[in-house]
Design a protein around this ligand. Structure first.
Ligand SMILES: CC(C)(COP(=O)(O)OP(=O)(O)OC[C@H]1O[C@@H](n2cnc3c(N)ncnc32)[C@H](O)[C@@H]1OP(=O)(O)O)[C@@H](O)C(=O)NCCC(=O)NCCS
Length: 205
């Protein structure tokens, strides 16, 4: 299996990707917005998509979108072809697109809205936390993407404050703070053990 940043050689898969997303939406009956082949091509053209291929066969896809002038980034449109499900492919695609997002937009908060348990699990593993929609982008172009979802009326009724999807967020600053805290705790423990050793030595002598 090849999992790569998609380029123009992958334009030929745009129609299949769009159809696979459509079919998945019909099967699940909820919570997946439509993506046209043209939209998918734009994502590929801008170096903002990851594709998985088994030989020449389409296996999976996901893309990045930037919102609020790059303050937020979403990893959207995750799809694994039914022939390749339950073998950990979504996990690998999500990891690849997440790393790509962090490299391309290092200061952006990465978010996701989903009704799917699989995606919630994957997001948690990557360090996302559940949040209310108020913590996500207020960029209207993002929320317009929900128009083709069959639950859009719920989002409208609640003034965009909640819907059937769960919002999840990775915040690079709080993640960095957590890392810093861990480093400080480790340094403190080390200092404490050095001091204790010195104290014992002094006591003995
Ligand atoms: C959701 C989807 C992307 C999962 O792809 P996949 O390659 O089969 O997923 P993976 O094999 O990488 O599994 C990832 C994790 O999710 C779990 N999982 C997979 N499918 C699941 C499901 N239908 N329900 C609950 N958990 C599921 C796996 O057990 C695994 O968890 P683990 O790490 O604890 O073992 C795929 O089923 C799909 O394309 N569905 C249709 C489109 C869709 O729903 N997209 C998401 C829109 S938000």
């Amino acid at each position: 299996m090849k999992i790569v940043i998609a380029d123009k050689s992958h334009f030929i898969y745009a129609e299949t990707i769009s159809d696979t997303i459509d079919q998945a939406a019909q099967v699940r009956g909820t919570g997946i917005a439509k993506r046209t082949p043209e939209y998918i091509i734009t994502k590929i053209e801008n170096g903002n998509a990851v594709i998985a291929l088994e030989g020449n066969k389409f296996a999976g896809f996901c893309y990045i979108e930037a919102w609020s002038h790059g303050k937020f980034v979403a990893n959207s449109g995750l799809i694994v072809h039914p022939d390749f499900r339950n073998i950990g492919l979504a996990k690998q695609i999500k990891k690849k697109i997440f790393e790509h997002s962090r490299t391309k937009f290092p200061n952006a908060k990465v978010f996701s809205i989903t009704t799917g348990l699989a995606v919630m699990k994957l997001n948690s593993d990557l360090g996302y936390h559940p949040v209310t929609f108020s913590e996500l982008t207020d960029d209207q172009t993002f929320w317009k993407g929900c128009q083709t979802c069959k639950n859009y009326d719920v989002l409208q009724r609640t003034n965009q404050s909640m819907c059937l999807c769960t919002g999840m967020l990775f915040d690079p600053i709080s993640d960095k703070n957590k890392e810093n805290k861990k480093v400080k705790e480790k340094a403190f423990k080390r200092l404490k053990s050095i001091k204790q050793t010195l104290f014992l030595k002094n006591k003995k002598s």
